[in-house]
Write a protein that binds this ligand. Sequence first.
Ligand SMILES: *Cc1c(COP(=O)(O)O)cnc(C)c1O
Length: 318
Amino acid sequence: MASDLKPTLREIEEASERIEGIAWRTPLLPASRHDTGTLLKLECLQRNGSFKIRGAWNRMSRTKAEERDRGFVTVSAGNHGQAVAWCARHLGSKCTVWVPDDAVEKKVKAMEAMGAMVQRMPEVEIMNSMTDDRWQKARETYIHPFGDRYVIAGQGTVGLEIIQDFPQVKTVIVPVGGGGLISGIGTAIKSTKPDVKIYGVQAELAAPIIRSFKSGRPERIESGKTFADGVAADRVFSYMWPIMQEVMDGALAVSEEEMRAAIRHLANEVHVVAEGAGSAALAAAWKYSSQLDKPVACIVSGGNIDNVVLSNILSQKE
Ligand SMILES: *Cc1c(COP(=O)(O)O)cnc(C)c1O
């Protein structure tokens, strides 16, 4: 694993130019009519329904013809796989996506609809494979979901857009899975506005960042099953920790119910659909409101939620 994963600000700016016309510039809107101190960066409206296209395109558009000819391979709970599948098709290449056994069916179908070959493996094996070089040895060109300098630079473009659209921002809350999104956003924001606070959020049921932040080193935990599959994690990866530790001011955790309430609010008041991971930052902004410097920007990182799960959440009483 490359030890030098942290992109420069210049590399993130360059990624912004590179993704133009591929990723969309998403809106930054108030979370409600009454609360103008909380803003939402709506990556749930991004192409393919999550921010992942930013990093995937920034990485994949740099490949040489022979790498493209070999096709691409990746591992993903679903959103990174969709982005890689889209980019592969756009580049005229094939791709294979390894997903966990229990991946959200809608995400799998979307990958297949874009021509990806989907393969399944147990989730824990996927997690384990991210610490060895098994994928790097694959015949195809491997696109890491977070541990890649160009992927991180691509995700960092979300941070640049927030600073451009809302320079008054004091706090940014970012959902954390492998840590590529927060590493990119944190690098972009801290190198232009070092006083802006960056918080990571995970589901209480699977929150290794809380433990890691307390101990000061990357920890592995016994994690439970959260419906927020985009941030489900059982560890902080040691190769991500140096950047995460450098850019993060704190780690937050929200319950399943707090995320469900945020999904209802986003649907009813903002008229957007968020998946579990996409709702976590808003849930955290409410929960920790008294401790946060305002205004706060929340990354609504994705909207690919199962229809039945969504309808259950929406029909539930507040
Ligand atoms: C991938 C993903 C995340 C987490 O991003 P990392 O770079 O893995 O930390 C958060 N939310 C959604 C919707 C995602 O797809």
